[in-house]
Design a protein around this ligand. Structure first.
Ligand code: SF4
Length: 527
């Protein structure tokens, strides 16, 4: 374990909280010391949920350690059950409680409560948040469908002829990146294909909904970090195939539609023809050519980092110069993808290592988490957030998916605009010295009707200077021919040409600048 200022993932019990908080009628009893209740704030302050997570803490203190802390567990479980009357109880421990080895899950199971009790054993010192969420979801699903496992031989598989295919959407959780809106996009795509949604879980589901999971013909694994273990188990036990393409970006959305068609036995030709997004329109536009070859560094959870690399490379013609993830469970996929771009993947959960790589590569755009946003800001590089962990502004009130066609539009806006802003700042820097670009200049469409106000200075150049008036008392003057020649130089570099020529004249002791001086200065500084 390492003490750190920032972390990409919390301990695994925070992952379990993400499942409990996403669901309805589930309660989580967490054996944890006073102070570990901080995790509540992630949901109420960062995600801005209107209710506290459904978690009861045993909140033991130092003085309790001398007595029977196991009693605290059974007492907390009993109270939680009586107060909240959940359909299912999760029982686990935080990092600190793991050390006192009370086995809270087993204690709670021994209480014979009239609802399923799911003990969570999440090793806090070797695993992290997403793994904790995945395990919690998996064990909860297993507990809720346990009574159907026996009869599962007659289970799902391909939908019966003529019946409308049904699917479960698995993986969206609390504190996930744009999960709420992604689910809406997926529902829209499935409606277009004629697939009915059986259950969305864990977000918004109850334990009773989980009990209905085997009714669907197939599953959609929306976020592999969270749902792949569960999807694989449902496939093994209930013969439910699952769709594994994550539809982020135009190409991946098309692949997703094709895969759903294959799994559900549907003809998707019409649906593919109906898909329409503004991202391909942009990629074909003249405007996009300004951004071709932009060097981009990508880091995040594996799902979003992989998707971002494909969009950057295939759909926006950027150059992927760095790719990495903190999701160790999916390191293999990220390594494979990185090698396709001729790169070595950065697999780490140390933000200092990521910062060092960004500093070394000096990309023009960073696509990352809240951490990379800080890193890019410090280095003055354009940045967009593509993955959890995120800050409060990445839970926008407006509809803002990443998946499906609207997701592709949102991604276009989010990635391209920081670069455009970069371009504008670059232009402002270039034109700062020009007489037309200063605080006192009136709009250029007014032309000679509104001449620039004299004497206003921007970046050391006055309107008079550009009209050929003497720059400083005692310095050299320009002949009318030299002035005319100077005006042939594009206006955004004219100020620099004037200053260089005057410097040259001063250094070589010339009192008057002629056309010849102008060209001598150009040759001198161009050497
Ligand atoms: S001990 Fe674990 S739960 Fe407590 S603050 Fe540290 S990481 Fe969080």
């Amino acid at each position: 374990m390492q003490l750190t200022l920032w972390t990409y993932e919390g301990p695994p019990h925070v992952g379990a909280m993400r499942i409990a908080t996403a669901m309805r009628n589930v309660h989580y009893v967490l054996h944890a010391p006073q102070g570990d209740t901080y995790a509540d704030l992630l949901f109420t302050m960062i995600e801005r949920r209107s209710t506290r997570p459904p978690v009861s803490y045993t909140t033991f203190q130092a003085r309790d350690l001398g007595s029977d802390t196991a009693n605290l567990v059974t007492e907390a479980v009993r109270k939680a059950y009586e107060r909240f009357k959940p359909e299912a109880l999760l029982v686990g421990e935080s990092c600190t409680a793991e050390l006192i080895q009370d086995q809270p899950g087993s204690l709670a199971q021994g209480m014979n409560l009239p609802v399923p009790v799911v003990p969570l054993e999440l090793p806090a010192y070797s695993r992290k948040e997403n793994w904790g969420a995945s395990e919690t979801f998996y064990h909860l699903v297993r507990a809720m469908v346990a009574d159907q496992v026996e009869q599962s031989d007659a289970g799902a598989g391909a939908p019966s002829q003529g019946a409308q295919p049904t699917a479960n959407i698995l993986g969206p959780t609390a504190l996930g990146f744009r999960c709420r809106d992604d689910v809406e996009e997926i529902k829209r795509l499935l409606a277009l294909l004629g697939v009915a949604v059986n259950v969305v879980a864990p977000e918004g589901a109850t334990p009773a909904d989980l009990h209905r999971l085997p009714d669907a013909d197939f599953n959609i694994c929306l976020y592999p970090e969270i749902a792949r273990t569960t999807c694989a188990w449902l496939k093994r036990v209930f013969h439910q195939p699952f769709v594994s393409t994550v539809p982020i970006g135009v190409g991946a959305t098309r692949d997703f539609v094709i895969e759903v068609g294959e799994v559900a036995g549907l003809d998707v030709t019409d649906a593919l023809a109906a898909l329409d997004s503004r991202l391909p329109w942009y990629s074909r536009s003249v405007d996009s050519t300004y951004l071709t070859g932009k060097r981009v560094f990508i880091f995040g959870d594996a799902t979003h980092a992989l998707a971002a690399a494909r969009i950057a490379n295939d759909e926006l013609a950027f150059e992927v110069v760095g790719l990495g993830t903190y999701s160790r469970e999916m390191a293999r996929e990220v390594r494979e993808a990185a090698s396709r771009y001729g790169l070595e993947a950065l697999i780490t959960d140390d933000y200092l290592e990521v910062e060092a790589r960004v500093t070394e590569l000096q990309p023009e755009l960073v696509l990352g988490t809240q951490m990379e946003r800080h890193i890019a800001k410090r280095l003055g590089i354009a940045c967009a957030v593509i993955s959890a962990p995120v800050h409060v502004q990445d839970f926008p009130a407006r509809y803002s998916p990443q998946m499906g066609l609207e997701g592709a539009n949102v991604i276009f806006d989010t990635w391209v605009h920081p670069l455009m802003m970069g371009l504008e700042e670059h232009l402002l820097g270039m034109f700062r010295g020009d007489f037309e670009f200063h605080d006192g200049a009136t709009a250029s469409h007014l032309g000679s009707e509104a001449p620039p106000k004299p004497g206003l200075v921007t970046a050391g150049v006055t309107a008079e200077e550009d009209e050929g008036v003497v720059v400083e008392e005692g310095s050299c003057s320009w002949t009318p021919e030299a002035e005319t020649e100077l005006r042939k130089i594009p206006f955004f570099v004219r100020g620099k040409a004037r200053r260089n020529t005057e410097r040259f004249a001063a250094e070589t002791g010339l009192a008057s600048i002629t056309v010849e001086t102008l060209y001598d200065a150009k040759a001198y500084f161009g050497r």
